[in-house]
Each structure stands twice: as structure tokens, then as C-alpha cells.
Design a protein around this ligand. Structure first.
Ligand code: DON
Length: 579
């Protein structure tokens, strides 16, 4: 049976598609398998899809696909557009990770464009005279900024794996910055929330407030002419348009006028790096994710290895028994994170963390009926021998290429400092280092010596753009913001699909839980039953509800030639653009 796509999507929207499942391979053009009856339905398309945190930028990416660009072109265009349309986390002044599946050769490549510490950075740079961490300096000074990686990373992806020209993929971002766009409700709210902080920086005030100093309201046209200028430098001169020449000069000038330590040499030396992604398996699925300097991939795989030894399906989704085992796996993984993870170009990250036999050892320490207090869990290898924001988008094209990308300024609006004349915010990613090893960072994460500050080193991250492969082909592309909660968000989203057969929308929006070893608290999203809370407390789990959602995925599931997309719509503005 063949239905026109528009007809199909209206049926889906109206909830009129009849329930059916089939195991037979559907004929091309046949209706996709919809597990009707689940709580949420994904968007469905055939030719291309961009799932992102904001509508205009998703549409920019889709436009690249429509005009014949591939998933990498669309991802790069979306990445630049989000720098304009989603300033709280979309960025030029930050960094991130991109994981690409190339249909040609069925292989994955990973681009690390994480910020790097300026060469002059030192271990104790954020400590005050008493040896305590000066949080103001660590979060909001110019020294909080690492050397930005986003422009290098997006351009490297485009050069090597894209097909359209730099000018083509940058044109929509330039137009959006130049002509402006109507401020959305969510964005006006974000800006108002940060108004006091942003107003403290003259250049940020010039960008994020009207000329008369009044804040933007919903519907106001938001223009960013300086940002358009910066984007044009990049369109014209590529990598050097940002890391050398007038843009770099403005960054260095801002640093010199204030307390910054980033130099022209730091900028000129910055390069994105291609790294081998980390790989694991779970009941026949292959999981490909972010390697160090992200901790995400390693710990997702470590937790999956632990959980593979239990019959999770029999426990039941979000039963107390299931959440108990999730929490025990999470605590052990985050304890390891506190000790073993750091920039692999500076420190050794033990390979054993993702071994199945290491998981066997960890599993033995888990009591199925009783929580192990965090204080009794230590990083495990030796014995055997924010308000904040980040953003993620996922792209798939008709040829089978898939991109999953997470990038960030660290906090919402980074260090809240705009480089005068450029229109872009700087990150505060230096706060992801252990300013004082052994103490908690902005996300409550305790981190160790391996993640201490050193010049040119990349701070440890939790960002986890992830692919799940089924029969060797991409099945799920996902990722999330949420600082320390990114890793557990991605874990539960893929478990929801792999173990509980949820469609990607239900997988994205089913209530999640989070434990990060320290603090010893198990957070439960609204929607986990109070009866479950009672049962968890009886097992000794320090469980409590959180009012905010944990993370926020932007995901695509690829199945039988169809694309299923979902943004976790419990947070505003996310958008699936597809055709
Ligand atoms: O790289 C990291 O892990 C953090 N800088 C990410 C920050 C973040 O996700 C904040 N978002 N909600």
C-alpha cells in the first residue's frame, strides 16, 4: 500500500494510523512500522531529517539536504545556524564532538573539537589565596574560556566529509544574523533569566538587549550584525577567518584588555582532531560513542556491560527493581569517572573500563536488594590490579549518512562574555577541569588528577553523541545536553529502545533517573510512581524527585528505510525538520 507522505503524516498527527506490526521486510514505499499505542509518536519521513533544539536551524539543515547536500553539510549548516538562533548553547565560541556514520564503507568517524586550555593555563589558576576555588573566576572571567573549537570542527567535517561549499552552508546563518528573526517565547525567557549576568558585560548587553537597554520580548526581531560579520569572515577565509586575522585579533584584544590569557598563538595552533570512537556491544547491538576527552562513551558502555548481566525486560521499565540496578551501575561508573578520565593526549585512560570482564567484577559488588552507599564505592580498577546548557542535533540523509553532534558553551551563554565586535559568546569550559582535584565541579562531579588543568589540554566532558548499530547499520542517533546527566540520559534512551522496544519518541520522553555517585542522591523525574519511590527508599536508595527534566535528547531512529525523529518536547523549541 502506498500513501502520499503528506497524507501519512496527517494521519499520524490525527492518530488515525491503525495499529499493526510486522516482521516482514516492507516493500519500498510501504507504511513504516509504527508501534501504535505507545505514549508518544515520532515524526516520520523518508528522505532526510534534522532533529535539533530550535526550529529555524533544523530547517536550515533540511534545506541543505533538499538541495542535494549530505548529512554532514546539513549538520554543519545547522551548527552554524544554531550559533545565531540558539545563542544559549549554539555557538562559535565553544566546542563539541561530532560522530559521523558514512554510508560509503559503513564506518564511523569522530571529530573532537573540544576547547583546549590556553598554553599559559596552570593547575592552580582558579584557586584563591586560601587555596579555595574562586568560582566567579572559574565560571565568568575571560580565563574561564578555553580556545574555541567549534569553527575548526565544523569546517573540518565539511572539508573532509561534506559536499557543498563553505559559502553555501554558511549563507543561511549569515542571513539569519543579518536580517534577524522573531524572538521566540522560549528564547525571550532564557534571555530574561540571564539578563542580570549578561548586562554586566558591555559587549553582551549590546547584543542581547535593545539599543535603549530594554530586554527583547517575544516577537521582537533579533538582529546580530556583528555575528553576521564574523560568519562572513569564516565564509570567506575558512579556518583562518576565525583563528587568524581580524576575528582572532578581536579575541586577543579582549583578553589583553581584561584578565584573559588566551593568545594569538593559542588560536593559531588550535586544530580539531579525529579520534577513534569507543565501541561496545549490548545483546547484539553495537554502541558507538564519544571517546576521551569525553567520558560519555566509556561510561555508557561500562554501564551497559554491567546491565547486560540482568534480565532488564523481565524487571519492567522503570520498576523499582530496574531503577535500583540502573542506579547501582551509574554509581560505579561515575566513581570511575572521578578517577580515571581525562584528555588522552595527556593522561592514560585505562582501556579496561569498557571490558566485559571488568563489568563482571563490578556486578559482583551489586546487591540486588540493597543500595550500596556511595561512600562505600571507590573507583574500581585498582583492587583487581549549573544553570547550564549544551545542545545536541542529529541528522540523517537518504543515502544512509548519519551525523550526531553535541556542542556547548558549558553554561547557558557560556561565561556570559561577548568578544567586542564579533557578536559571539565565549565558553566557560575551563570549569570542566578539576580546578582542585577531588572537589566537585559545577555539575557536582568530583574529578581527579588526570583532569587537572594543564596548558593545551582539553577538559574532560560528558557530551555523548552516540550511535546504536543494528546488523551493522545505524539504528539510533542520539545525544543530549545536561552536564553530568548527559551520560545517564543517553544510556536510558538507548535502553528504552534496545530492551523495551520503545519507539524513539517514547524512548525520548519516558521518565528518567540519575545518579552520579556523588552526591549520593538518586534523582527521579516526575512520572516515576510514588509507589516506586517508596520501594526504592526501602532498598536504601537515596531517591528523590527533581522538578526539571534530566537531559533532553534529539534523536533519529532508522528503520526499514524510514526515518523516525523525536525531540524531547518536555523542554521547549525542539524541532524535527524532515521530508
Ligand atoms: O562538556 C561537558 O560535559 C559540559 N561542559 C556540558 C555542559 C552541559 O551539558 C550543560 N547543559 N545542560
Amino acid at each position: 500500500m502506498k500513501l502520499p507522505k503528506i497524507f501519512l503524516s496527517s494521519l499520524l498527527a490525527l492518530g488515525l494510523v491503525l495499529p499493526f506490526t510486522t516482521t516482514a521486510e516492507p516493500a519500498p514505499g510501504a507504511l513504516p512500522i509504527i508501534d501504535y499505542g505507545e505514549r508518544f509518536l515520532p515524526e516520520v519521513a523518508r528522505n532526510g531529517m534534522v532533529v535539533g533544539p530550535e526550529r529555524l536551524a533544523s530547517e536550515v539543515g533540511l534545506d541543505m539536504l533538499r538541495r542535494g547536500g549530505n548529512a554532514v553539510d546539513a549538520a554543519v549548516a545547522t551548527g552554524f545556524a544554531l550559533a545565531v538562533t540558539y545563542p544559549r548553547a549554539g555557538n562559535l565560541g565553544g566546542g563539541g564532538f561530532m560522530l559521523i556514520h558514512l554510508a560509503d564503507g559503513d564506518r564511523q568517524v569522530f571529530i573532537d573539537y573540544r576547547e583546549a586550555a590556553p598554553a599559559a593555563a596552570t593547575r592552580d589558576m582558579f584557586l584563591d589565596d586560601t587555596g579555595a576555588v574562586d568560582k566567579q573566576k572559574e565560571y565568568f572571567s575571560l580565563q574561564a574560556a578555553g580556545v574555541p573549537g567549534t569553527v575548526a570542527g565544523l569546517l573540518a567535517a565539511l572539508d573532509k566529509y561534506g559536499s557543498l561549499s563553505r559559502k553555501e552552508v554558511l549563507a543561511p546563518a549569515i542571513a539569519l544574523a543579518e536580517k534577524g528573526y522573531p524572538m521566540s517565547f522560549a528564547q525571550a525567557r532564557d534571555l530574561n533569566e540571564r539578563a542580570v549576568m549578561l548586562a554586566m558585560d558591555a559587549a553582551a548587553s549590546a547584543v542581547f538587549f535593545h539599543d535603549d537597554g530594554s530586554p527583547y520580548a517575544m516577537g521582537d526581531t533579533f538582529r546580530q550584525p556583528d555575528l553576521a560579520w564574523t560568519l562572513r569572515q569564516i565564509a570567506e577565509r575558512g579556518h583562518d577567518g576565525f583563528y587568524k586575522g581580524p576575528v582572532a585579533a578581536k579575541i586577543v584584544d579582549a583578553m589583553e584588555k581584561d584578565d584573559g590569557i588566551m593568545t594569538a598563538k593559542d588560536l593559531a595552533n588550535y586544530r580539531s582532531l579525529e579520534r577513534e570512537p569507543v565501541r561496545g556491544s549490548f545483546h547484539g547491538f553495537e554502541v558507538v560513542s564519544a571517546p576521551p576527552p569525553s567520558s560519555g562513551g566509556i561510561h555508557i558502555i561500562e554501564m551497559l556491560n554491567i546491565l547486560e548481566g540482568y534480565d532488564l525486560a523481565a524487571m519492567g521499565h522503570n520498576s523499582a527493581n530496574y531503577i535500583h540496578h540502573l542506579a547501582e551501575a551509574m554509581k560505579r561508573a561515575y566513581a570511575d569517572r572521578s578517577e580515571y578520565l581525562g584528555d588522552p593526549d595527556f593522561v592514560e585512560v585505562p582501556k579496561r573500563l569498557t571490558d566485559k570482564d571488568y563489568a563482571v567484577q563490578l556486578r559482583k559488588s551489586i546487591d540486588p536488594d540493597k543500595a550500596t552507599p556511595a561512600s562505600e564505592i571507590k573507583p574500581g580498577l585498582e583492587p583487581v590490579s549549573e544553570s547550564r546548557d549544551t545542545t545536541h542535533f542529529s541528522v540523517a540523509d537518504a543515502a544512509g549518512n548519519v551525523v550526531t553532534n553535541t556542542y556547548t558553551l558549558n553554561f547557558s551563554f557560556g561565561n556570559h562574555r561577548v568578544v567586542p565586535g564579533t557578536g559571539f559568546l565565549l565558553n566557560n569550559e575551563m570549569a570542566d577541569f578539576a580546578a582542585a582535584p577531588g572537589t566537585a565541579n559545577a555539575f557536582g562531579l568530583v574529578q581527579g588528577e588526570r583532569n587537572r588543568i594543564e596548558g593545551n589540554k582539553r577538559p574532560l566532558s560528558s557530551m555523548s553523541p552516540t550511535l546504536v548499530l543494528r546488523d551493522g547499520k545505524p539504528w539510533i542517533a542520539t545525544g543530549s545536553p545536561g552536564g553530568s546527566q548527559i551520560i545517564t540520559t543517553v544510556l536510558q534512551t538507548i535502553l528504552n529502545a534496545m530492551v523495551f522496544d520503545m519507539n524513539i519518541a517514547t524512548a525520548a520522553m519516558s521518565p528518567r533517573v540519575h545518579h552520579q555517585w556523588q552526591p549520593d542522591t538518586l534523582l527521579l523525574e516526575q512520572g516515576v510512581s510514588p509507589d516506586t519511590l517508596t520501594l526504592l527508599l526501602a532498598r536504601g536508595q537515596p531517591a528523590e524527585y527533581t522538578e526539571r527534566t534530566l537531559g533532553r535528547t534529539q534523536s533519529i531512529m532508522l528503520r526499514d528505510g524510514w526515518l523516525f525523529g523525536a525531540t524531547d518536547s518536555r523542554r521547549p523549541e525542539g524541532h524535527v525538520a524532515a521530508y
